[in-house]
Design a protein around this ligand. Structure first.
Ligand SMILES: C[S@@+](CC[C@H](N)C(=O)[O-])C[C@H]1O[C@@H](n2cnc3c(N)ncnc32)[C@H](O)[C@@H]1O
Length: 243
């Protein structure tokens, strides 16, 4: 895949990324359907060269997430889902995505091991972390890897307090249109040929041993398993908690 980098922005960081992940740096806008760009905003992804203004970039310091991170006392539903604990929790985020939920967890004082299957999303989020590191002190409580979380969970020799699952919702066409970022994540998974089999994902983790599993669902979706211990309901989503 190509990374479009104007000469002025060429630096060690993008050279390291391109060497490690096999990106070809070019200094003219690529004609391929999708590509990375690297500029003053760091690494971004353009999923459709016909529409280069639609850019996916992860910024933890600005926008909706930046706002949420500054006001974590407002995160009452996520806090309720995690439950009260005297000690910080160690959370396994099996569906890291753009890392919003994990960033809230670490900002609440917890430690997170986050796993994202998509290489493209992983690279965008990693670069967002790099740019935010100097401003967000709690980032050292976060580890992000690029892998399939079902396999990673079996391989990591650690006991977690919580497994957190936020699979892609069944994609209703109207939701895809509404949410730019979620639609971009969906397109990226298609580009990478990653099948988002959420039933398999949920079932696989349900079969693992765990202390607590939190499953984020659309508010009105059917209960998948009947042995839910409790639920925390928000205006559009709910957390089903299994212990
Ligand atoms: C709805 S998004 C998660 C959003 C995330 N909670 C956030 O706050 O940004 C679902 C993500 O889970 C990832 N995913 C789904 N199955 C996975 C698996 N088996 N291993 C790793 N990542 C997976 C998808 O690639 C997608 O990025």
């Amino acid at each position: 895949m190509q990374a479009y980098v104007e000469k002025a922005f060429l630096d060690n960081n993008i050279e390291r990324i391109s060497n490690k992940y096999g990106l070809q740096i070019v200094d003219m806008a690529p004609t391929s359907k999708y590509y990375f760009t690297y500029d003053k905003n760091g690494l971004s992804f353009i999923k459709d060269s016909q529409n280069p203004k639609e850019v996916l970039n992860v910024n933890f310091l600005k926008g909706k997430l930046g706002w949420r991170l500054k006001r974590t006392n407002h995160e009452s539903n996520l806090k309720k889902a995690l439950g009260k604990s005297k000690e910080p929790l160690y959370i396994f985020d099996a569906t890291a995505g753009l890392l919003s939920d994990s960033m809230i967890f670490v900002s609440l004082g917890h430690k997170v091991f986050a796993v994202e299957q998509s290489r493209i999303i992983y690279l965008l989020v990693k670069d967002g972390i790099r740019r935010a590191e100097a401003s967000i002190p709690f980032l050292n409580n976060l580890k992000l890897i690029n892998a399939n979380s079902i396999n990673a969970y079996k391989e990591v020799d650690t006991s977690f307090d919580v497994i957190y699952l936020d699979p892609m919702y069944p994609m209703l066409k109207k939701n895809i249109k509404k949410s730019g970022e979620i639609s971009a994540v969906g397109s990226i998974l298609e580009i990478e040929n990653l099948i988002d089999d959420q039933d398999f994902l949920i079932k696989s983790f349900m079969n693992e041993s765990f202390k607590k599993l939190i499953l984020k669902r659309p508010l009105k979706s059917k209960k998948i398993y009947s042995n839910i211990n409790y639920q925390v309901k928000g205006s559009t989503t709910r957390f089903d908690i299994y212990i």
